[in-house]
Ligand binder design. Structure first.
Ligand code: PTJ
Length: 259
């Protein structure tokens, strides 16, 4: 039997966290965010964001609920059909799922673009390096030679041949103003956010109410499964997905979940 008292609050490497620990995913997530802050990848505000997310995840039962799995399949179908899909990476995403985002980009032919709420050249570089360390070949968002209309200067910065030109954008843990501004540009938005009442999932064509740690590998798995699907099959999956029902289902789970 594992002696859980021996799991230090300050583990050096994530392998030290026992996988059978009842709070394994939460401990792993916290550890990755702390390391992200230490490396200059994650903003301090990212810790607050993580705390909020972790509370919602607890209420959801820390599992991918069936409606989230359907959203993840619809997200995969959108990405495979897209002409120019882009995955947006902020400081929390980079700390939590760097290799998983690289794999999703490879499975769907999407570009990776660093896009920050609290933008500094140092953090942009640190995140781009971190993604390259995890196998990314090209990382966009450094040049930031275009702007999202109707958003303040720093948060509006994107690459002209990246998010600005994208038809489908994955925006995990996104700020509501930017999600709305991207929607106003006509982008198909796939939002990953554990709070179904947040503005970002509310404006998304595909709201994924799931922990990003579970969601991204599952979208990749669906994309691999659908790799040989024809356009008609992908469109059918997209048509069958009901965003309102998915949001309502997640909210109901959170309000009525058995703890
Ligand atoms: O790196 P930067 O500068 O771009 O800043 C990133 C943060 C996340 C700090 C910034 O975008 C921010 O403050 O975001 P919010 O407004 O706190 O929104 C984050 C949302 O993500 C909240 O609704 C959380 O519930 C949700 N969230 C947090 N952790 C996770 C999550 N959703 C899915 N998986 C998580 N692990």
């Amino acid at each position: 039997m594992t002696d859980y008292d021996t799991v230090s609050a300050d583990v050096e490497h994530e392998e030290e966290i026992p996988e059978d620990h009842p709070r394994y995913q939460d401990l792993l997530t916290r550890h990755r965010i702390e390391r992200g802050v230490e490396k200059g990848i994650t903003h301090l505000q990212g810790m607050h964001a993580e705390g909020r997310g972790s509370a919602f995840d607890y209420l959801l039962g820390e599992e991918t609920i069936p409606s989230a799995d359907e959203a993840e399949r619809a997200a995969a179908a959108h990405l495979l059909l897209a002409e120019k899909p882009v995955l947006s990476i902020n400081g929390n995403v980079a700390a939590l799922v760097p290799g998983e985002m690289v794999e999703l980009a490879e499975a769907t032919g999407a570009d990776l673009e660093v896009n920050l709420f609290n933008r500094t050249p140092e953090r942009i570089e640190a995140i781009a390096d971190h993604l390259r360390d995890h196998g990314a070949e090209e990382v966009k968002g450094i040049e930031a030679d275009a702007r999202i209309p109707n958003l303040d200067h720093q948060r509006a910065k994107v690459d002209a041949d990246g998010i600005h030109a994208a038809d489908v954008v994955v925006v995990p843990l996104e700020d509501g103003d930017r999600a709305e501004a991207l929607e106003a540009m006509g982008k198909t938005e796939i939002v990953i956010d554990l709070n179904p009442l947040s503005r970002s999932p509310q404006v998304a064509e595909v709201p994924i109410v799931d922990n990003i740690i579970r969601a991204v590998p599952n979208v990749t798995a669906h994309a691999r499964d659908l790799a040989d699907a024809d356009e008609a099959e992908l469109r059918e999956i997209i048509e069958a997905f009901d965003r309102e029902a998915a949001l309502e289902d997640a909210e109901r789970r959170i309000r009525n979940g058995e703890l």
